[in-house]
Design a protein around this ligand. Structure first.
Ligand code: C5P
Length: 398
């Protein structure tokens, strides 16, 4: 069902970023209803938000067009979330004390839906003790406080108080609405390519973008898990809320995984790990000459197999990227690595793309997830893992 968000905008220069946030929310299918404080309209006009949301923008508590003069209750009556972004120090102070002297604060006081605030203010205002007390009070009252971030500010200073970027706020909203299927679980994920050094400037890598692994990390965070992402070289932004460990070679990835595996209940091995490393690496750049150059390659450790075949392993999920005989090779790999779940896809259509189409292989058989954005596939995969995990745990306990 379409989710309804009331987006409150208070007076701050970050109000312009909420135009982009509105666009992202609408594009993803949310129904967005914007409420602006009087000072917010000094920064951005209501017409901007009306055009982007496709809905009338509300600015006044008293609206003659609303029959029963109850605009404040009507607006949030069917809302799934009241998100205030930017939330100024003034609005935060009012919310923390139950002051309801304009439409937005009255809506907040009269709401039955959850409240999220994205603070945006100058560094000194953020650090002002009353503001920090108000933030604590809001958290205690059950509000979700998103950010702020640290960075350069409109006033020319650098510090804490910057509103999260629209993309980040959008991610937070998406996360908020996902079922908490992995609440309290600890998940370790590998993602991206590895890089095997040849000399000071060269190496062997592959075309893995890391997108699938990062999407899974994000889906696991959304599902309430505590997530560590061991990532090969990729420019992708770290999904909000997960801990990232950067590595290059397969050997480094193995060390990073080995160090952290004891605390993990689930291990999802998405990385495209190089099968070989270069034995005759050169410290300096290899000079060109007329001779044939031979690279000696030795097999890398199989990280997933070493985790899955150890005593008392976590629930392990492997990936099989094949260019042919997908089902046959996939099932053979699942058996060989002793995995309760394997995700098989064709390399031709998966690597680097934003979409994917996969087959989940487990003890019950095969389940096809048709072509969809990697984030959707990731959420479905997490839901599938959450279904299998309790059963797997029971079987192991026997
Ligand atoms: O055997 P193959 O490389 O096709 O297996 C793919 C799966 O194994 C993926 O889940 C990948 O992350 C993992 N893997 C690994 N270490 C390797 C090779 C693959 O963890 N050295």
């Amino acid at each position: 069902m379409q989710k309804r968000i009331v987006l409150g905008i208070s007076g701050g220069i970050a109000a312009y970023k909420s135009a982009e946030l509105t666009r992202l929310l609408v594009k993803a299918g949310y129904s967005v209803h914007v409420v602006m404080t009087a000072s917010a309209t000094e920064f951005v006009t209501p017409a901007t938000f009306q055009a982007l949301s496709g809905n009338p923008v509300h600015t006044a508590l008293w609206n003659a067009e609303v029959g029963n003069s109850m605009a404040h209750i009507n607006l949030t009556r069917e809302a799934d979330l009241l998100l205030i972004a930017p939330a100024s120090a003034n609005v935060i102070a009012k919310l923390a004390h139950g002051i309801a002297d304009d439409l937005l604060t009255t809506l907040a006081a009269a709401r039955t839906c959850p409240l999220a605030v994205a603070p945006a203010m100058n560094r000194q205002m953020w650090e002002n003790p009353p503001n920090l007390r108000n933030i604590d009070q809001l958290k205690e009252d059950g509000a979700l406080v998103l950010g702020p971030a640290s960075g350069s500010q409109a006033c020319g200073e650098v510090g804490m108080g910057r509103m999260l970027e629209p993309e980040e706020l959008f991610e937070e909203v998406e996360a908020f609405f996902q079922p908490k299927l992995l609440a309290g679980k600890t998940v370790l994920i590998t993602a991206g390519p590895t890089f095997e050094r040849i000399d000071a400037v060269r190496g062997i890598t592959n075309t893995s973008s890391g997108k699938m692994g990062f999407a899974i990390a994000r889906a696991a965070v959304e599902a309430g898990a505590s997530v560590t992402l061991v990532a090969g070289d990729t420019p992708l932004a770290t999904p909000l809320g997960c801990t990232r460990v950067n590595v290059q070679s397969a050997q480094e990835m193995l060390s990073a995984v080995t160090e952290r595996i004891a605390g993990a209940e689930l291990f999802i091995s998405v990385a495209a790990v190089a099968d070989y490393y270069v034995l005759n690496q050169s410290e300096h750049k290899i000079k060109k000459d007329a001779h044939i150059l031979t690279l000696e390659l030795a097999p890398n450790p199989d990280i997933l197999a070493s985790v899955a075949c150890a005593d008392n392993p976590p629930f392990c999920v492997g990936f099989a990227a094949e260019s042919e005989n997908l089902l046959e090779y996939g099932e053979a790999k699942r058996k060989r690595k002793q995995l309760p779940l394997l995700v098989a896809n064709l390399v031709q259509t998966a690597m680097g793309a934003d979409d994917n189409e996969v087959i989940l292989m487990d003890d019950d058989g095969q389940h096809r997830l048709p072509r969809a954005p990697k984030q959707d596939i990731a959420r479905k995969l997490i839901a599938h893992i959450a279904r299998l995990y309790p059963r797997w745990q029971q079987q192991r306990a026997r």
